[in-house]
Design a protein around this ligand. Structure first.
Ligand code: KG4
Ligand code: ZN
Length: 396
């Protein structure tokens, strides 16, 4: 069966078409017929972060072109289907606040027959409300117009099933496992007892890990998104030999930041104190040091190390505590090479294997939403196009 999935919780417009082979979860085989992500980074970069109404505008603009392209890539069979102007009236009501999207959709529906799709899976939360609504309203309109079942999916559950999109090397005994989800919007340590059975053991009390990368990068004058920038700058410091490091000014060598809550008795994390520490250290620094070629690299290396240390320590503590089979790392921050390497190494030392999906399935994508939808499809969960709503603070 084919699954159409839509993801617009934040700043990526994602559409995927998955073909799954059998009716068990996880399926033995997944054929990713299309998995498209249209990034809005260039639009948000000049604001130094994501601007919700711009995210909505971009989703409105991108959704139908990306949908069209996904249909082409997947080479979907479509049934001849006369344009139904009566049904179109309800579609207009569903998309009354999405003018641009409605215009594109009308044209698309005139050109495209009813596709061979079993159900539509869409992210309904958590995320930015205006962004979420755009995707949900498109899914509702398509579900109604083509009479295709609709399933609203929790974005976080999408991240949790993401490792199974590329199933090949995953062991059979998965549960219980610890899932460490670190992105721009979320930082959670989750005990998964089975698919569908998740317990959030701990989470950030303030900023998400990715948000901390982004905000501290901005303090240092680095562009958005800050994670990759910090990681690149940090590598410039980390690649120096000990001798080269020793030859740098004292003010640079002594830069060091706290690791908030690293020894607390729970699984919660906190990153706003680190951000404040970076701000004060930066403000108090002499200009000649700020201008030094290794000032930003050393700051970045220390910021990165503080964030990584806390994530790994808490993740391992949780894995030990629940006697986990494995540890899974997901979310955009999993792109961080040092985090992956150190986490893998330290996990191995304690007898755990750390799994990290390929990067495109760590960041926001629609394939993971389609797969999470398949789980709910097998549970016979269904939503109705007339009732499905966004829940921007949805929890696992
Ligand atoms: O999962 P994601 O694409 O979007 C959501 O937030 O849901 O994650 C984006 C976050 C950003 O905060 C970005 O700075 C961070 O992931 N990120 C990184 C790296 N690449 C992306 N953080 C640290 N190191 C990286 N290499
Ligand atoms: Zn995400």
């Amino acid at each position: 069966m084919n699954i159409l999935s839509i993801e617009t919780s934040c700043d990526d417009t994602g559409i995927a078409i998955l073909e799954v082979e059998n009716s068990k979860f996880p399926p033995d085989q997944i054929n990713l017929k299309a998995n498209l992500v249209s990034s809005q980074i260039e639009v948000h970069r000049e604001w130094g972060g994501i601007v919700p109404h711009l995210a909505k505008r971009e989703h409105q603009k991108n959704l139908i072109p990306v949908l069209k392209k996904s249909f082409q890539e997947a080479d979907l069979k479509t049934e001849p289907f006369d344009f139904d102007s009566q049904k179109m009236k309800t579609v207009e009501e569903i998309l009354e606040r999405e003018e641009k999207l409605l215009a594109d959709l009308r044209q698309f529906l005139q050109e495209t027959g009813r596709p061979d799709i079993e159900f539509i899976s869409v992210t309904c939360g958590p995320g930015l409300p205006p962004a979420l609504w755009t995707g949900v309203n498109l899914a509702r309109a398509l579900s109604y117009y083509w009479s295709i079942p609709l399933i609203g999916v929790n974005h976080l559950e999408g991240h949790l099933v993401a490792p199974w999109i590329t199933i090949d090397d995953l062991p059979a005994d998965i549960f219980p496992s610890i899932f460490v989800l670190v992105s721009g919007g979320h930082t959670q340590i989750i005990n998964a007892r089975d698919f569908g059975q998740y317990e959030v053991l701990g989470e950030t009390r303030d900023d998400a890990a990715g948000e901390c990368f982004d905000k501290t990068a901005r303090l240092l004058g680095l562009p958005y998104p800050g994670g990759p920038e910090i990681s690149r700058e940090a590598a410039r410091w980390n690649q120096l030999s000990n001798q080269e490091k020793a030859a740098q000014p004292e003010e640079i060598k002594k830069i060091e930041f706290p690791r908030p809550m690293i020894n607390s008795d729970d699984y919660d994390l906190s990153f706003s104190g680190l951000k404040t520490a970076v701000l004060y250290a930066h403000r108090q620094q002499k200009q000649e040091i700020i201008d030094h070629q290794y000032y930003v690299p050393k700051m970045a290396a220390e910021i990165q190390k503080s964030i990584i240390d806390v994530i790994i320590k808490k993740g391992l503590k949780a894995a030990r505590e629940i006697n986990a089979q494995h540890i899974f790392l997901n979310g955009g921050v999993a792109a961080n090479k040092l985090l992956r390497e150190e986490f893998k190494r330290k996990a191995r030392q304690e007898g755990f294997q750390l799994f990290v999906p390929p990067f495109q399935f760590c960041t926001d994508n629609a394939a993971m939403i389609g797969l999470a939808g398949f789980y709910h499809y097998l549970q016979e969960d269904r939503d109705s196009w007339s009732d499905l709503k966004v829940n921007s603070t949805l929890r696992l």
